[in-house]
Design a protein around this ligand. Structure first.
Ligand code: SF4
Length: 438
């Protein structure tokens, strides 16, 4: 059972919804449905994205639930990157991809900025030779501040990155240390200044509300320091403690049911206060997690395209893809992933061929996370009147005071937006409602 964010304490489990149907419904052994998706031409006009996964980090954060490697040599990293490119080269030959160019590219992890400037340049030269980026509207890149020296940021700019995202998480060195982060604030400021100097189109900073030992005073300082930096966008996550984290393992060892972090009401209030301060400074709240300085200029194409049903080629260990209506995930162990790719196979772990109804629900719940949903979009794309289809749960959430429906638009209020991940299960198909780990 996942964390119920309507209850007070933070217990173990995921609350963040990133896809639908839930991952627990994806199955191994359906290779043919992924094959068929790649053999198809796919519908016209669907944007294509590429996600490249770097599973390496300097240190494992205590709240991290990803499979990351902190002990790989330069040669091992080189071999892994070669595998991700072999994967791309194989995928690009399929009818679904042939002749298309990516509309967006995303480098995630792990820590993409863990790679050296030389590795990055070699990697992206090879990527571009397979699928040129000249039509990409956005190339986004996640960075850990302590990995960024001037040369590396110049290389990141040089390869064509438009949006850098700095995983700052907190501005207090003690809190960073207690939570197992590798970087410190000195590195944050240095990285930020260097990123500014490179004149990236967009700098985003990530924060987490409710890290271990977060306090009222320190959270206010985080807000002040964020405003001082004045980034193009700010993303704030509420701390959750998924299984697989060091924090959860410690909870299990001591028999603790409550995680040693702030309760959900406090975390929501902290994000609410941060959003209010950012709004006062001229920012616009563009999702349950994000504030942007200039909504006309500052887009997040990766999120918006993905949440509108774009095709995504996920490269690398454990990466997620979505192609022609089929979800799939790559093998989750690096050695196994590399072995299969080196033998010329597809490194498939599990998949799910979605129905049109599931794709409609997926887009609906993901768009709810933006705080506003246009009914007209769904009648045009899916021929479904969502106001009628979801009359029950929408009415219920309206009664609870989380949203209103104005004309053809569903509008979440701020409290609804701040706990949106906990409001979405009501829109799931009955067979998916029992499982809340998504
Ligand atoms: S930097 Fe990110 S991916 Fe790496 S260990 Fe920390 S939370 Fe996990």
């Amino acid at each position: 059972m996942a964390t119920d964010t309507k209850t007070k304490a933070t217990t173990a489990g995921n609350y963040f919804i990133s896809n639908y149907p839930p991952f627990s419904f994806w199955e191994e052994g359906h290779r043919e449905e992924v094959r068929e998706a790649y053999d198809s031409k796919g519908p016209d006009g669907v944007p294509l994205g590429v996600y490249h996964h770097t599973p390496f980090c300097r240190k494992r954060c205590h709240f991290c639930y990803f499979r990351v490697y902190t002990d790989k040599s330069a040669d091992e990293i080189k071999e892994y990157l070669d595998c991700t490119m072999r994967e791309l080269e194989a995928l690009a030959k399929n009818p679904l991809v042939e002749g298309r160019k990516p509309n967006f590219v995303y480098f995630g992890g792990g820590t993409p900025s863990y790679l050296s400037a030389k590795q990055l340049t070699a990697l992206t030269d090879r990527m571009k030779a397979v699928l040129p980026w000249d039509e990409a509207e956005e190339v986004a890149f996640e960075c850990e501040p302590g990995t960024l020296n001037a040369g590396k940021l110049a290389a990141i700019k040089e390869i064509g990155v438009t949006r850098v995202s700095l995983g700052i998480e907190n501005f207090d060195d003690r809190i960073l240390e207690i939570n197992g982060r590798a970087h410190r604030t000195k590195e944050v400021y240095r990285a930020y200044e260097r990123a500014k100097a490179e004149e990236f189109e967009q700098i985003n900073i990530d924060l987490i509300a409710g890290m271990i030992e977060e306090t009222e005073e320190n959270w206010q300082r985080n807000i002040e320091k964020t405003l001082e930096l004045d980034p193009d966008s700010v993303t704030i996550y509420q701390m959750e403690i998924p299984y697989n984290t060091t924090i959860y393992k410690e909870m299990k060892d001591t028999g603790a049911l409550i995680a040693p972090v702030a309760d959900w009401a406090t975390k929501r209030r902290w994000v609410k206060e941060a959003f209010a301060a950012l709004e006062s400074a001229g920012y616009t709240i563009s999702s349950g997690y994000t504030a942007v300085k200039d909504p006309e200029r500052t887009k997040f194409i990766y999120r918006d395209a993905l949440w509108s049903g774009a095709d995504l080629l996920g490269l690398g260990v454990a990466s997620f893809s979505h192609v022609a209506g089929v979800h799939y995930q790559n093998l989750t162990e690096i050695d196994e992933y590399m072995k299969v790719v080196q033998e010329g196979g597809m490194p498939l772990k599990r998949s799910l061929k979605t129905t049109e109804e599931e794709r409609m629900i997926r887009e609906f719940i993901l768009k709810m996370k933006l705080g506003h949903v246009e009914a007209g979009y769904f009648s045009e794309k899916f021929g479904v009147n969502i106001l009628e289809k979801f009359a029950g749960p929408l009415g219920h959430l309206q009664e609870e005071g989380f949203l209103e429906v104005k004309g053809g638009t569903i509008l979440l209020d701020r409290d609804g937006l701040l706990c949106v991940d906990n409001l979405l299960h009501e829109f799931f198909l009955p067979q998916h409602q029992g499982d809340r780990i998504v």
